[in-house]
Design a protein. Structure first.
Length: 103
């Protein structure tokens, strides 16, 4: 009987805590650090000011949030940008491509 064990996601072993790349942790750390520094030095008198001060940490956390079939939200945004800015007409290079060029 041929039973093969194939790991579902073998890249998880290369990630920190099975989820993060080093850049992801740097991005999250910088965003949270900026928010903490802003909380320490900015007067947080209103709800609007609180939201503005917390924005760097929240945005960085949303960017490193894991998404199924992709690594994280930042990866999805990069893939969408590359798709929309790349050439959308693909030239066919099949088995008779060179014969077509001779005509």
């Amino acid at each position: 009987m041929n039973n093969y064990l194939i790991p579902a996601n073998s890249k998880n072993g290369q990630l920190i805590l099975g989820i993060f790349k080093p850049f992801d942790l740097w991005l999250l750390g910088v965003g949270v650090l900026v928010s903490v520094i802003l909380l320490a030095f900015m007067p947080v008198d209103s709800l609007a000011m609180t939201i503005i001060v917390l924005c760097p940490g929240i945005v960085s956390a949303l960017l490193v949030f894991p998404i199924p079939n992709y690594h994280n939200t930042l990866t999805v945004i990069i893939e969408i940008y590359e798709f929309l800015t790349s050439r959308q007409q693909y030239r066919w290079k099949g088995w008779c491509y060179k014969e077509w060029l001779k005509k």
